[in-house]
Design a protein around this ligand. Structure first.
Ligand code: FES
Length: 107
């Protein structure tokens, strides 16, 4: 299992245990974490899974590619250098303890 912490815009925190190989988006949606919608199911067609990777984890999560950048252009909340589509972050044991912050809105 991989522990993931989601910190909502209001500061509330939700910790979950996710399966290795799952994505940050799917793990959140399947465990009813508020603040991640994942409308397209992970097909990189919606940007409603936008999150901000915590600074301490930025190097380990990797970078977004051009397609992800293009889709983030349509995100409802501000896009920063730590913005990612959470459906594109696959959980591995290296990411055990990952912390992501959630934007104010996804639509
Ligand atoms: S779930 Fe739609 S882009 Fe990530």
């Amino acid at each position: 299992m991989v522990k993931v912490t989601y910190i909502a815009h209001d500061g509330s925190q939700t910790d979950i245990d996710a399966d290795e190989g799952d994505t940050v988006m799917h793990a959140a949606v399947s465990q009813d974490v508020d603040g991640i919608v994942g409308e397209c199911g992970g097909a990189m067609m919606c940007a409603t899974c936008h999150c901000y990777v915590d600074a301490a984890w930025a190097d380990r999560v990797g970078t977004r590619d051009r397609s992800e950048e293009d889709m983030l252009d349509g995100a409802a909340s501000e896009v920063t250098e730590r913005s990612r589509l959470s459906c594109q972050i696959k959980l591995t044991s290296d990411l055990d303890g990952l912390v992501v912050h959630l934007p104010e809105e996804q639509f």
